[in-house]
Design a protein around this ligand. Structure first.
Ligand SMILES: *[C@@H]1O[C@H](CO)[C@@H](O)[C@H](O)[C@H]1NC(C)=O
Ligand SMILES: *[C@@H]1O[C@H](CO)[C@@H](O)[C@H](O)[C@H]1NC(C)=O
Length: 222
């Protein structure tokens, strides 16, 4: 009996809530002009995204790394990728695979040697091609790894890595809005998610209300 009463009340309340929504008698140009209109026109979420984009620049994350360094893989898989899935609206990621590699000019062609051997150079090359030429089919990637394009792009990554100021001392070497400090690096390694949420100066996305902590891996020293 009591339950039926509750249900009736609930139903009544739901119907009233339905009626309570004012009609959307506004042209689209005005939909984000106030929270009430956004609610009436059922575009609250879209307006929040729009506002966020207008508000502030995304947080720039630059990752200097190498393909076979355990800490780099850990950071990519456990921090960067999951954080990017949730916060891609407020972050902008630059990946520079090269890390502690070295290069030398052998009669006009760059020859690379990598900290974790030949396999790592190949890994870096594949990742560097997938970043710069994401639509390249796999067969072409294989040809390209040994060709001029791969060679040029990897040399570009070598230059970007050498241009770091201060120079990198280990990988992964993380820049937040172009800046590297030990504190930023530690925060990024512990929870990139929290770091992005805390650094972003615009209206925070809802996901930022739940901080996330994660583990870290030993870094790869030069
Ligand atoms: C991300 O940063 C790069 C480099 O500064 C810039 O060219 C690009 O437009 C930015 N992308 C977004 C979505 O902000
Ligand atoms: C690389 O070596 C070739 C010839 O060995 C030379 O012509 C070229 O200028 C060198 N490039 C750089 C950037 O040092």
């Amino acid at each position: 009996m009591k339950l039926a009463g509750v249900l009736v009340c609930l139903l009544f309340w739901t119907v009233r809530e339905g009626e309570a929504r004012p009609p959307c008698n506004y042209p689209p140009a005005q939909w984000c002009s106030s929270p009430e209109i956004a609610t009436a026109c059922q575009v609250e979420h879209q307006c929040m995204e729009y506002q966020r984009k207008k508000d502030a620049d995304p947080v720039m994350i630059s990752l200097y790394y190498e393909s076979l360094c355990g800490a780099c893989r850990g950071f990519l898989v456990l921090q960067l990728f999951p954080t990017w899935l949730t916060l891609n609206d407020i972050m902008n990621v630059t990946l520079v695979p090269y890390g502690n590699a070295l290069e030398r000019n052998e009669s006009g062609k760059w020859v690379f040697s990598c900290q974790h051997g030949e396999q790592e150079c190949t890994g870096n090359m594949i990742e560097c091609l997938q970043i710069y030429e994401p639509l390249l089919p796999w067969d072409n990637i294989e040809n390209c790894v040994n060709g001029d394009l791969g060679n040029k792009l990897m040399h570009h990554n070598a230059e970007l890595t050498r241009a770091l100021n201060p120079p990198h001392e280990y990988v992964p070497w993380i820049l937040v809005n172009g800046k590297h400090t030990e504190d930023l690096e530690d925060e990024a390694m512990n929870s990139l998610f929290n770091l992005i949420c805390n650094t972003y100066s615009g209206v925070k996305p809802k996901a930022c209300a739940k901080p996330k902590g994660l583990n870290s891996f030993p870094k790869c020293m030069i």
